[in-house]
Ligand binder design. Structure first.
Ligand code: MRU
Length: 324
């Protein structure tokens, strides 16, 4: 993601892994459409995109506050979006602020990665859901940042990549990034998680987050909650990687996190082919909430929060500017 001659240049994440293509958006409306269509996605990446959106408004002479309102409304669950927009809105130079935010994000992810890697055993077989890698952030990744840090430290991790229906961020983007990094990765269907754990093939689950409530409840891609239940049943550690920008101390618990509903076509259609009969209702929430009681540890750039997560988060993130 970069600023290029008055426009924002984005990797088109919808087209991976078939091609690494870029799109340029020159107005706030175009950026809002790109965010809704998931050209750019992943909580920390949305934070940077939101900040760049305010920079676009400044460059095109649009009302910044009005632009901010439209940007924040595009995807309600990932708190980083509102956080990035708010930071750029409060800055005298929104572009400089967006660029600072992106730099900070990479640096935070490296620290988070190092902290999380130390929790993994040598040769860990990690299972992950959705995509929390470099492209979901400004770089390096959160959940994949942990795997990456372990790999860089010579600890030989490998990854079970859940494909992540319906948009397949796992098989399309996580597997693509891991392959490029030379980290062993195997794609499995979402339903394979339980039998792999039962067979003793999973040493840890590591996922990202879209919003963490003050009590430690975690909103992340739909399918994260059942994965946490399975992990608990099988005694597998369930680690959540989230920069402090994803922690929302203003949100007391998971039930107050807004869960985005996505279009039915994402479930009923695939590559132009119909997968469910025309007219059958589809329920397509993009996220679910994992209760704090199922989280073994929450890894941030400022340290690891362990249960009880509420007090631990208050200690780690009790800075007003870190909250969305
Ligand atoms: O709907 P998406 O693809 O934006 O959902 C993304 C996730 O659920 C990620 O796990 C989360 O944003 C963390 S990204 C570091």
């Amino acid at each position: 993601m970069a600023w290029a001659d008055g426009a924002v240049r984005l990797v088109d994440q919808r087209r991976l892994p078939a091609e690494l293509a870029f799109v340029e958006v020159g107005t706030v409306d175009e950026l809002c459409a790109a965010i809704r269509a998931m050209v750019v996605r992943g909580a920390p990446a949305l934070g940077v995109a939101g900040a760049l959106g305010v920079a676009l408004a400044a460059a095109t002479g649009e009302d910044r506050s009005e632009a901010a309102r439209r940007l924040v409304a595009t995807r309600p669950t990932a708190v980083n979006l509102a956080w990035g927009v708010k930071r750029a809105l409060a800055a005298p130079d929104p572009l400089a602020e967006a660029e600072r935010l992106a730099e900070e994000d990479v640096e935070r992810n490296r620290r988070l990665g190092a902290a999380g890697a130390s929790l993994l055993p040598e040769g860990a077989r990690v299972m992950t859901h959705c995509h929390a890698g470099s492209l979901a952030c400004a770089g390096y990744g959160t959940a994949l940042g942990i795997v990456r840090a372990a790999h860089e430290a010579g600890r030989r991790p490998s990854v079970w990549v859940k494909e992540t229906r319906p948009v397949l961020q796992g098989s399309r983007i996580t597997a693509w990034e891991l392959q490029r990094l030379g980290i062993p990765a195997t794609v499995v269907v979402d339903g394979a998680a339980g039998s792999l754990m039962a067979a003793g093939q999973v040493d840890a689950v590591v996922v990202g987050a879209d919003r963490v409530a003050a009590n430690g409840d975690v909103a992340n891609k739909i399918g994260t909650y059942p994965l946490a239940v399975l992990a608990r049943h099988h005694g597998v550690p369930f680690l959540v990687a989230a920069p402090t920008s994803t922690v929302d101390l203003g949100c007391p618990e998971g039930s107050s996190i807004p869960v985005e509903q996505r279009p039915p076509e994402e479930v009923a259609m695939l590559g132009g082919h119909r997968l469910a009969p025309e007219g059958v209702p589809v329920h397509n929430p993009a996220f679910d909430v994992t209760p704090a009681s199922l989280v073994t540890a929450l890894v941030t750039e400022d340290g690891v929060a362990e249960p009880p997560l509420g007090p631990a988060l208050a200690r780690l993130v009790g800075r007003p500017e870190a909250v969305g």
